[in-house]
Design a protein around this ligand. Structure first.
Ligand SMILES: Nc1nc2c(ncn2[C@@H]2O[C@H](COP(=O)(O)OP(=O)(O)OP(=O)(O)O)[C@@H](O)[C@H]2O)c(=O)[nH]1
Length: 524
């Protein structure tokens, strides 16, 4: 699997979290909340429509009651036969129309012939000449009358009708005596034109806005229902349009009621936007918190560890972390580095140390020589190299044995090492019975003194060497070379040259009878 950073992982997790939360919220809204809302709004619309139906019925009922009262009144009953002017003067004056809020009153006898007809606009106070009761001319209008006359009681009918002055509501009742008995004397019809007052009354009743609508035609007309028809489970719409049909089912007017809640709220509304914004803010804060408290410290810790790995630095890394685990990791890394450093030191010591004498070996010597060379070239600090060789050591081995030879080598090494006390002084085993001494810049006189002191120390050691042809104890011969810095720029010092010069002096010391030293001055 491809490696990803802690930060990438965090961002992916937070993105996933964001996706899950928003889908859960919108899923809930889409599949649960909105359908429930739609159902509630549909129910509310249904109730508003029922109220509208009820309101229309109430208005019609009011007209019907007035009409009924007049139709089953003995005076009206008698008027059909007598047609007396008193009745007209008492009951059919302008005030009657105004107080009853009607625009026309029509007395028809049992043969449906008009006995008395009067149209009067109760608001405009003007005469109106209606013709709808002329059933010869408008035979369909006969359906506005109650279907059958009866022996007792007074059948009545209410509804809407188109007149010369526009749509109107009407009420028609069979004219009977007050006791609802007697012969059929025709019908009393009352008309009220559909004025703004009608829709105002409906608006008050329903607590919703009701307006007139031009009567639609064609496809739209076929989709509209009559005001009396019950509608259930209708789709949520902003309006409810209904028809006011006449007794022949021909629409005379249409009404539009504006529902108080006519639309389903959108999927993404103000609350969901606020939720998304808050959610994003929360996720951003979590991201910053995780970044500051975990990711950045982990990244810093990783960089610190990597830096130590790259340049082999062993200084401890910062252990101050707020997160306990990170503090523990940094502490453990420091402990690990300390152990590694310790082991490296041991290893370095072992690599540069002679196993027999426990002083520096040739590898260590060459490393130090490189440092001396660099100091000489860059800082103009000279140095002294001395090659020391045990005299007639072969004979010593041959007579005393190899093990004794080893012991002698250790003793000589310790003696020489003790002479290298100053900082920067080095005593190394060059190989076999040969040793190398390194000293910081020194005058020839001082070197003479130093080498004489070494010869004296060997004498003082007093290691018996019976088979030596030159002395009774073990002696060493030394060849020294003094290297002084030069001003020649760009000059390179050859370590091999230095060793060769020291070797040459050593051979000269051997030739000079052993147990002595020769100094060579090498000015570079
Ligand atoms: N015991 C012992 N002997 C060693 C060791 N390394 C070298 N030698 C011996 O040192 C002797 C060196 O002998 P040569 O090179 O002939 O020199 P020399 O006998 O010291 O003679 P000159 O140097 O000319 O005075 C050899 O016999 C080596 O075996 C060692 O680690 N232990």
């Amino acid at each position: 699997m491809k490696n990803i950073t802690f930060n990438q992982l965090q961002l992916r997790l937070l993105a996933l979290l964001f996706l899950l939360f928003t889908s859960a919220v919108f899923g809930y809204r889409y599949f649960v909340e909105l359908p429930k809302l739609e159902q509630s709004i549909s129910k509310l619309s249904e109730r508003e429509r029922d109220t509208l139906t009820f309101s229309i019925a109430s208005v019609l009922d009011t007209l019907s009651r007035i009409n009924f009262d007049y139709a089953v009144w003995t005076s009206s009953y008698d008027f059909i036969r007598l047609q007396d002017d008193d009745y007209i003067e008492e009951n059919l004056v302008s005030n009657t129309f105004v107080s009853l809020e009607i625009d026309g009153i029509f007395y028809l006898d049992e043969h449906l012939k008009p006995v008395l007809v009067k149209g009067f606009h109760h608001i405009k106070q003007t005469d109106l000449n209606f013709l709808f009761y002329d059933f010869d001319k408008y035979p369909n209008n006969i359906n506005m009358l109650p279907s059958a006359t009866t022996e007792t009681g007074a059948p009545k009918k209410v509804g809407f009708i188109n007149t010369l002055y526009g749509p109107a509501m009407y009420s028609a009742t069979q004219i009977r005596n007050s006791d609802m008995m007697g012969e059929n004397r025709g019908f009393l019809i009352m008309i009220r034109l559909l004025a703004p007052a009608f829709v105002d009354a409906l608006s008050k009743f329903t607590l919703a806005k009701v307006d007139y609508l031009p009567v639609p035609t064609g496809e739209v007309l076929s989709q509209l229902k009559s005001w009396e028809e019950k509608v259930t489970g209708a789709k949520v719409t902003p309006y409810c349009d209904i028809l006011l049909p006449d007794s022949n089912n021909v629409p005379v007017s249409a009404l539009r009621m504006t529902h108080s809640t006519g639309t389903i709220p959108p999927l993404v509304n103000e609350q969901s936007i606020i939720f998304i914004v808050l959610m994003s803010l929360f996720i951003y804060l979590v991201h910053r918190l995780v970044l500051i408290c975990i990711i950045e410290p982990v990244t810093r810790l990783a960089a610190d560890i990597k830096q130590r790995d790259n340049i082999e630095k062993y200084d401890p890394i910062d252990e101050h972390y707020t997160v306990k685990e990170l503090a523990l990791v940094s502490k453990n890394v420091n402990q690990l580095m300390a152990t590694v450093k310790q082991q490296n030191d041991i290893l370095a010591h072992q690599v540069n140390t002679d196993q027999l004498t426990q002083i520096m070996n040739r590898r260590g010597l060459i490393n130090v020589l490189e440092t001396y060379k660099a100091l000489c070239i860059r800082e103009k600090i000279g140095f002294v190299l001395v090659m020391a060789d045990i005299d007639h050591f072969k004979q010593f081995n041959d007579t005393a044995g190899h093990l004794e030879g080893d012991v002698a080598l250790i003793e000589v090494a310790n003696t020489l090492n003790e002479q290298c006390k100053r900082s920067g002084d080095v005593c190394a085993r060059y190989g076999g019975e040969e040793f190398t001494l390194l000293f910081r810049e020194m005058s020839e006189d001082d070197l003479n003194t130093k080498l004489s002191a070494i010869l004296q120390a060997m004498k003082d050691l007093n290691l018996a060497h019976p088979s030596s042809p030159t002395a009774k104890h073990i002696t060493i011969s030394m060849g020294a070379v003094i290297i002084r810095a030069t001003d020649i720029s760009g000059f390179d010092l050859s370590i091999d040259d230095v060793l060769r010069h020291a070797d040459k002096s050593l051979y000269e010391a051997k030739d000079a009878g052993r147990g002595c030293f020769i100094i060579d001055n090498l000015v570079i």
